[in-house]
Design a protein around this ligand. Sequence first.
Ligand code: SF4
Ligand code: SF4
Length: 386
Amino acid sequence: MTATTSKRSWPVPGIQKLHFPAPSFIWERRGVMENFTYIIKLTTQCNLGCTYCYHFATCSSQHKDISFDSGALAYFLRQIAAISHNRVVLIWHGGEPLLVSREMFEVAIETQKLRSDLKWQNLLQTNATLVNEEWATLLGKMSFDVGVSIDAPQSIHDAQRVYPSGGGSFDDTVRGIRLLREAGLNPGALVTVTRGSFSLARTTYECLLSLGFDHFDFLPCLNFGDTTLPEGISMREFTSFLLEIFRIWAEQDNPDIHIRKLEDALLGVFGGKPAGCRYRNTCWQYLTVLPSGDVYPCDKFVGKTEFLYGNVFTDGLARVLKSSGRKNFTAFLRNSLEACRTCELFQLCKGGCPARRTLVDDYCEAQKHLFTSLQRHYRTLLEGRH
Ligand code: SF4
Ligand code: SF4
């Protein structure tokens, strides 16, 4: 990937001569196309009971677990096929999505063939404990992008990502990762950073590398709104963790290692276009679809009735996209950004994630700390060259 970097001019004068883990992906991603991303909650069930899982702690005891069935899924995908042009991104999510049958995924791929002119991208987020040879072969044949939820190191994972019986799931997750690789896939890792792990940046980073990951991302276990978890951390603590990861990443200077959150933040710093939703102001492009057919914006807003877009089975997707719930959400995005417009970091941060910005007390302070720290790092590098 870096081999082509030298052929391109770098947007910051003089910086193309520096050695740091950013240039190639920034240019790779400048051409990211606009499109809808559908987060499909295939099932609300999960075979794990992670200690920090809000759903497991509260909802599962109050709500019936439900899953898509293959007829409903095909019906929904046909609606997507009918209204889409260009490119469609489907994120297969749960609960644990591999709790549904393999036939469901075969139906999904068959339905996508109805519009072979579209570029369909399928991403699966799984805990990988249920991956066996049959699943791995199927996902490999379908060329799914797979993200594995895994915490690190093993002691942290086994304390947090547990079966309902209390047993740790690390060995099963690692076995699933191995099978996915044997099927020709290159899964990424999604690590939840908690009170137990936020001070273990180096250990976490080294563990991910020793497990063979070359792309990963971190998710904070945040306390926000009325949600408080013993494992919860503040945004400021998460940012300190992320900056420590950045220092290790920059120090090792291996351009083949990709860290989504840091790359997205650096894309802002260097004038590129982040691939993820943060720092892009494009939350309106995301739709979360529950097994009931109800549609919300990004899954961070599921349950907020003012942002319920409608139901794909009773209203149909075309009407859902024109609903008053969607207009409410667009107005919320616009209005909640007012205070950010005068911020000197707005061009980089773009208000960040509105769900977090409006619910997490220290979100803005942490964003400022992240961006100014990254700017300072590269300014120092540049000054050292002159
Ligand atoms: S609300 Fe946050 S997580 Fe959801 S799409 Fe927007 S930026 Fe992304
Ligand atoms: S740093 Fe804070 S005020 Fe500035 S754009 Fe980001 S969230 Fe808004």
